[in-house]
Ligand binder design. Structure first.
Ligand code: SF4
Length: 361
């Protein structure tokens, strides 16, 4: 398909992408560096059209339950890092978690994302066994897809999580530049993190990977990450801009412009054409959702039930208690983009199909 922009090479790459031929890394490097508003706008338009070819005008929505804000790690970008005295720390009980799942279930959310820091009590004292129990109980009570983000977990635990019915394992690398990684995920093994994702897939779970923007990466680092996540066969890929957090080494950094995130989302869409790409509510609320969707995202994440004392990650309190982070509240905005929330069956079919592919591989 012909794309009408001045840079002929970019036009050809985008045209091929729209026809289903993902760009090579070399071609993506060209797209990442060529300048011009016409190229950027075409990149977003093509990414959006590829999304529609694969997912129609429907959006998936995820609820988020941050059930423990304790963490043994000291990631330089994270508000909940061990040495930060600012955050309110809590650990929700099984009953509190299932009540939150109940409200998300009633809202028609497609997936519940259960996230925790690497809580020393759960990881070191109890060997992550409590999360298996929590997941088993949720799956026993609710017919809802479940994602777990407990940090790096050993193969034996991943095996039990898969047996408990957990559908997704989320573990963000943040960057695939090892030097930068060592500055972001201080003292944590790069290989160990990558291996946990491979192990999770071997156990039959779908995997989400993701990168952080505005933390010293170069445009080529972003391109490398797009292809590293492809090599890792991630089912869901995410790019999120840094929100500088008080009490962290990156407190004084500048949040990257949303344009950078849109560009990363669009580049991911050109390559990961039929994968899921989130637009997080957590970064800058409803106003940023539309732009991220226009750049090729097809999942709205980080919806949080109000009145449960739950926190977000990038923005701990944004819009939670005003009930703005709910499925109902985002519907008018999706309508403006001629989009609607997909049925849960449609999402579950997607998940089951992908899990089937893993089992066959
Ligand atoms: S990003 Fe995760 S592992 Fe790192 S400090 Fe924050 S909660 Fe802990």
């Amino acid at each position: 398909m012909r794309i009408d922009i001045a840079d002929e090479r970019a036009a050809e790459i985008l045209g091929d992408a729209l026809d289903g031929k993902a760009p090579s890394k070399e071609e993506m490097r060209h797209l990442a560096t060529v300048e011009g508003t016409d190229v950027s706008l075409s990149l977003f338009q093509v990414a959006r059209r590829i999304t529609e070819k694969n997912f129609g005008h429907r959006i998936f929505i995820y609820g988020f339950i941050y059930f423990s804000t304790y963490c043994r790690n000291d990631c330089s970008f994270c508000y909940y890092r061990r040495t930060n005295r600012g955050p309110q720390r809590y650990r929700k009980s099984l009953e509190q978690i299932t009540e939150a799942v109940q409200s998300l279930d009633e809202e028609g959310i497609h997936l519940v994302d259960l996230t925790m820091g690497e809580d020393p009590q759960m990881v070191e004292e109890k060997g992550l066994l409590p999360i298996i129990e929590i997941c088993r109980e949720i799956k026993r009570r609710y017919d809802i897809p479940l994602m777990i983000s407990p940090g790096v977990a050993p193969r034996s635990i991943l095996h039990e999580l898969a047996r408990a019915g957990v559908d997704w394992y989320a573990l963000y690398q943040e960057t695939h530049n090892r030097e930068l990684y060592s500055k972001l995920r201080i003292g944590q093994s790069y290989e160990g993190r990558q291996k946990a994702k491979i192990d999770a897939m071997r156990e039959g779970m779908l995997v989400e990977d993701g990168i952080l923007l505005g933390v010293g990466e170069t445009p080529m680092d972003v391109v490398d990450s797009v292809y590293e996540m492809l090599a890792g066969r991630a089912h869901q890929v995410r790019a999120m801009g840094l929100m500088p957090q008080p009490g962290t080494p990156l407190e004084g950094a500048r949040a990257p412009p949303i344009f950078e995130e849109m560009k990363a989302i669009a580049m991911m869409r050109l390559v990961h054409q039929d994968r899921l790409i989130p637009a997080s509510y957590d970064v800058d609320g409803i106003k940023g959702l539309e732009l991220r969707i226009l750049a090729g995202a097809n999942v709205v994440t980080s919806l949080i039930p109000p009145d449960r004392g739950l926190k977000g990650v990038a923005q701990a309190d944004l819009d939670i208690e005003s009930s703005a982070r709910t499925a109902k509240s985002i519907m008018p905005y999706l309508g403006r983009l001629d989009l609607e929330i997909a049925g849960r069956n449609e999402y579950m079919e997607w998940v089951e199909r992908e899990k089937c592919h893993i089992r066959r591989a």
